[in-house]
Design a protein around this ligand. Structure first.
Ligand code: CA
Length: 436
């Protein structure tokens, strides 16, 4: 005891110093947590990254593509239901993952794979200077794709770039911009794709937004992959005097998080062929979907202003389409963050007539035609009146008739417990593609 006391006496300055440092660290820790000062954000990010690493350990070690998988909800594998008339020979173009490789498939009604494409981010962007981090092919998914009549495919690597590949999956061109979600081709062959650009500087035009600011854009891109024009979503909002939208999704301070303000997730132009059905709009008007504020809007490309808009009755929607009957059809996710949509009743396909704002339910929902996906989702109204629905997180595509009967379904199964997420799917006529 005496010895210890002697040691303390002779080293009291050192001990005092160490205790003071510990106390300062402790107090600063309390301040970081309480007032969220530096390095609170970094600690939070590190914690998130650590949780992600633990939860998706197999994904990061390339044992199993966990981030592309969801628990299985439905019986069957491949074509699970086929009550189609054999006269319907249309093909289904699907964007998903097979054998742990992202890509596309073209299948017939019986599920026979007639053609497939494999996509690799690192093959398309070997340098990848446009993104900061080094990523593997399992860190990015293809989202939004169109199939050309010669077998070429144009698609996004989500928030990582637009790519055109040929029928043998060779790269034709790539555009190193942060494109995402959807690809729409207009009558002249130009592409319309959502884009994002992150700025670390304060933007004088938008003083209320704190950097980093992710500006969202409508990109017009030529058929050979060159950016022609971009329209800023923020400009559209300010031009239309709709700044209220910027705080519509906030939890507390409206301008704290400027990184995913609106979440632009679809762009489509009103084609001339059906423009007569939309007397309020003109050929070439641009329809956009802003998921985070539950908004579908029609933009006049000349004034870059909103000419029509509607918020709800859809929640976190995707894929609005102009229909030949003068309605806008919407994939209403009805997101409720459950695994089965049990709180909000599941996802719906609804229609809106812009003039009257009347809402339509497109098919009588039955137990078998219920579907749900919190995120993603895609749909197509078929000439028969049936609807093709992509239940992305269910790993399932269904074709539903007006009575709510599922006449065809496809399940992209991984194993007995899980399915691959399906990003997009649509039908094309059997003679649409001419492969060499
Ligand atoms: Ca659409």
């Amino acid at each position: 005891m005496k010895k210890i006391w002697l040691k303390i006496k002779t080293n009291w300055i050192k001990i005092y110093f160490v205790v003071s440092i510990i106390l300062i660290i402790f107090i600063y820790g309390v301040i970081i947590g309480q007032f969220r000062v530096f390095p609170f954000k970094h600690i939070l990010q590190a914690e998130k990254a650590a949780v992600d690493l633990v939860e998706n350990f197999k994904h990061y070690t390339h044992i199993k593509p966990e981030k592309f998988l969801r628990p299985i909800r439905y019986e069957g594998e491949g074509i699970a239901i086929n009550k189609k008339d054999p006269s319907d020979t249309d093909l289904t173009f699907i964007v998903s993952m097979w054998q742990d490789q992202s890509g596309m498939q073209l299948i017939n009604m019986s599920g026979v794979v007639l053609h497939s494409w494999q996509v690799s981010f690192n093959k398309a962007f070997p340098e990848a200077d446009h993104i900061k981090e080094k990523i593997t092919d399992w860190d990015v998914e293809p989202h939004g794709a169109i199939l050309c009549s010669n077998g070429d495919v144009i698609f996004n690597f989500e928030y990582k770039g637009l790519v055109k590949i040929d029928q043998d999956s060779n790269i034709i061109w790539q555009l190193p911009l942060l494109t995402h979600h959807s690809v729409y081709q207009d009558q002249d062959g130009n592409l319309w794709v959502p884009g994002k650009e992150v700025s670390r500087k304060q933007n004088k035009k938008f003083p209320l937004l704190r950097p980093p600011i992710a500006e969202e854009y409508i990109y017009q891109i030529s058929s050979n992959g060159k950016l022609i024009k971009k329209i800023s979503i923020l400009d559209i909002i300010y031009n239309s005097n709709e700044q209220a939208l910027l705080s519509a999704d906030s939890k507390d301070s409206p301008y704290k998080d400027s990184i995913d303000l609106m979440h632009l997730n679809d762009i489509e132009l009103l084609p001339q062929s059906i423009a007569d059905q939309f007397p309020m709009f003109e050929t070439g008007d641009i329809m956009i979907s802003l998921r985070n504020v539950n908004l579908i809007a029609i933009i006049d490309p000349r004034t870059e202003r909103i000419k029509w808009q509607q918020i709800g009755p859809f929640v976190r929607a995707h894929d609005p389409d102009f229909l030949p009957n003068g309605q806008i059809s919407i994939f209403n996710n009805n997101r409720d963050n459950t695994s089965d949509g049990s709180i909000m009743g599941g996802s719906k396909i609804i229609g809106i007539r812009p003039g009257t704002k009347e809402i339509y339910q497109y098919f009588t929902e039955t137990e078998e035609s219920k579907f749900f996906t919190n995120i993603l989702g895609d749909h197509q109204h078929l000439a028969s009146g049936n609807i093709l629905i992509v239940e992305s997180e269910g790993g399932r595509i269904i074709e539903v008739n007006a009575e709510g009967k599922v006449v065809w379904s496809y399940i992209n199964r991984y194993d007995q417990d899980e399915v691959y997420v399906i990003y997009n799917a649509y039908r094309v006529p059997v003679d649409y593609v001419n492969f060499n």
